[in-house]
Design a protein around this ligand. Structure first.
Ligand code: HPA
Ligand code: ZN
Length: 325
């Protein structure tokens, strides 16, 4: 008998890069709108490039495709398309990262990228039933001083961010370089997250906890190489935002069957299921839930726990979390 496929539980998506939701069709539409010549013959040619060998091979395409985002309307259209799709996936709350620094260094003012995204986020609860929070992610393969400057500018302009994050190429760019950035963010009343242990060693997770004092770890799958760290993450209830399809596509794990999600559940870690960059990795949060269900045959109780853990791990107000649980 084929096992019943259970529906995606009500959940919060708390590891999502809005620029990673830029679908090929929208890339072509925005390129046409902005008079940009794309280096791809057609949609099929672009899609053929979505085969990645590691994080960097993906980042090269991700940053290149961002070039079509030029105006507030472009950022707004991308954000609206994600929320529309996320609503059908069962997402009730999203905390999305954006990379304002990546746009700034290619000549797009902070006001343009931030206002474009925020104009849509402001209406999300009413329009899509999804509450939202915005996380400004900083590029760890750029100078820490530049990140700090951009954070100061975001604060000065009153950008409605709830947290900061750290993303881009991980190996060789340790959390320890960004202590001052995170200190400043905390001083400004922001929450903090950081990618750590996606491709990098468990020591990067320890650095993110000890030096950056983060509230959550993005990915963190390499924690399993360090049993003492796993124990600490369980004891201190540090949430890890897991992105199964992303890990497979970027070859951080060999196959879905080899993904450590079941061991993480067994250890009692707080983990959530997220899509990371859904336009690039083969699916949105419901696709991620469906895939882990198919491969691991998760029980109804395990699925419900994943949904609940995502809400508990979010930065939503206590009232909103109670509403969602
Ligand atoms: N990992 C690190 N940096 C990123 C990612 C990711 O999956 N997506 C966008 N920036
Ligand atoms: Zn990510």
């Amino acid at each position: 008998m084929v096992a019943e496929l259970l529906a995606t539980p009500p959940c919060a998506e708390i590891h999502l890069h809005i620029e990673g939701t830029l679908e090929p069709e929208l890339i072509f539409e925005l390129a046409a709108r902005n008079g940009i010549d794309l280096p791809y013959a057609d949609l099929e040619d672009l899609r053929a490039r979505y085969r990645f060998t590691d994080l960097q091979s993906f980042l090269d395409l991700y940053y290149s495709n961002m070039d079509v985002l030029r105006t507030e309307a472009d950022f707004a259209d991308m954000t609206r398309a994600y929320l529309r799709r996320a609503a059908t996936a069962g997402v009730r709350h999203v905390e999305m990262m954006m990379d304002p620094q990546a746009h700034l260094i290619r000549g797009i003012p902070l006001e343009t990228s931030v206002r474009g995204v925020c104009a849509v986020l402001e209406r999300s609860e009413e329009e899509f039933g999804i509450s939202t929070g915005l996380i400004a992610a900083f590029l760890r393969d750029r100078p820490a001083a530049e990140a700090l400057e951009v954070l100061e500018e975001l604060l000065a302009m009153g950008a409605p961010i709830i947290a900061i994050g750290l993303d881009s190429a991980e190996v060789g760019n340790p959390p320890s370089w960004f202590v001052e950035l995170y200190r400043r963010a905390r001083e400004a009343g922001l929450r903090t997250v950081a990618h750590a242990g996606e491709e990098g060693p468990p020591t990067y997770i320890v650095e993110a906890l000890d030096l950056l004092l983060v509230d959550r770890i993005d990915h963190g799958i390499t924690c399993l190489d360090d049993p003492a760290l796993v124990e600490r993450l369980v004891r201190d209830k540090i949430p890890l935002t897991i992105c199964p399809l992303s890990n497979v596509r970027l070859q951080a794990v060999e196959s879905l069957a080899q993904h450590p999600l079941p061991q993480m559940l067994d250890h009692g870690l707080n983990i959530s299921v997220n899509s990371d960059d859904p336009a690039y990795f083969g699916g949105y949060v419901d696709d991620n839930f469906r895939t882990v269900q198919e491969v691991f045959g998760l029980s109804r109780a395990q699925l419900a726990r994943l949904g609940e853990d995502s809400i508990e791990a979010s930065f939503a107000s206590a009232g909103r979390r109670a509403e969602l649980l």
